[in-house]
Ligand binder design. Sequence first.
Ligand SMILES: Cc1cc2nc3c(=O)[nH]c(=O)nc-3n(C[C@H](O)[C@H](O)[C@H](O)COP(=O)(O)OP(=O)(O)OC[C@H]3O[C@@H](n4cnc5c(N)ncnc54)[C@H](O)[C@@H]3O)c2cc1C
Length: 388
Amino acid sequence: MEFKFSEAQERLRKELSEFCGAPRTQDIVKEIESQGDLYSAHSWELYKKMADSGWLGMQWPKEYGGQGLSFEETGILYEVTSYYRVPIRGYTLTSIVGNSLAHFASEEQKKEYLPKMAAGETLFCVLYSEANAGSDLASLQTRAVEDEGDYVINGTKIFTSLGHISHYGFMAARTDPDAPKHKGISLFIIPMDAPGITVNPFYTLGEGRLNEISFEDVRIPKKNMVGEKNNGWRLLNKALAVERSGVVFVAAAQRVFEDILSYVRDKGLGKDPVIRQKLARLATELEVVYLLAWRVIALQSKGLIPESEAAMSKLSSTESSQRVTRIGMEIMGLAGLLKSGSKWAELAGRMELSYNSSLYLTIAAGTSEIMRLIISSRGLGLKPVYMT
Ligand SMILES: Cc1cc2nc3c(=O)[nH]c(=O)nc-3n(C[C@H](O)[C@H](O)[C@H](O)COP(=O)(O)OP(=O)(O)OC[C@H]3O[C@@H](n4cnc5c(N)ncnc54)[C@H](O)[C@@H]3O)c2cc1C
């Protein structure tokens, strides 16, 4: 068993750490944190620099603008940027779509979309959820109807992260309303400037902006369908598993943990036996979830789609993130509640920001209950009642 990064990967980690820790990068991070909306944070300046350094799309083949590297390099990118609080959500969403395209799209689609993603020129949002289709995504009602060589889209998507700044959306829509609900779904690439699209903001806990996006007779060419018609559900499940490695959450939680540790040292709280017990438990837990996240990445790097393992990692990393921020709040008491910019804020108000931002992690991209459902059914072979 060889359990270490290669020399080239260590070099990449070092370069990324230098970039993320550089004064200009950290100035931008502070500016973003002071606005309090981590969820829709994006910096085009940093994004272009990352693209110019060849860090976007590393896992895609060279002919599509990538570098033919594995998911491991992308895992390092996620880990280091998250640790330094550099906004990376625009890329995680775009690369979820890119990874799906690399797996399932036509040659023409790969050539059209992947190079621009890798060059940092385009962002993609994910248009799956609807008001009555979140966990039960197969109940989605947005319709795509064939008409004179096009598809005409009608419906409303909600919770769309970064929908207001994305160039394209990756949409799941119903193409056969008469088929069983899992069987009549197809996937589409939607240009977000197409006539008939309306983007409305709504705000979640932690002041993060999400969007509700309505589609009224939006016409897109037939060539924008990804994969086979009515076969979207199968692709969607694989795409979701590729999305879940958990390393982003673990790295962010590790940074919050280190902040708590420095606070405890500064305030001379390190002799308190209760605090010591809590911190020792968190340190152990973070080590475990880190290894789990990297196990998923290692499997993905071999071209596998580890559904149950990815669900375990998403579940444990997001729940750990919440434990870290909750214990941080307990240790800091009232000081932890103060926002960035407040005169008395400790840790520049980052505990309040991290606590609020950790709450939705166990909901976005599949709730904890759904992760347990995947682990029990696909991992343990225990089919729920409605599958038997
Ligand atoms: C911050 C944030 C960002 C998001 N970004 C996007 C995005 O970019 N694109 C997108 O398409 N969507 C996005 N979502 C939507 C997200 O995927 C859904 O919120 C999630 O899938 C849950 O769906 P729901 O909110 O409709 O809750 P519901 O599905 O209504 O669930 C309600 C509760 O019931 C539980 N539950 C549901 N079914 C079961 C079951 N079978 N067994 C046990 N318990 C169950 C759930 O765990 C949950 O606790 C985002 C959500 C958040 C919070």
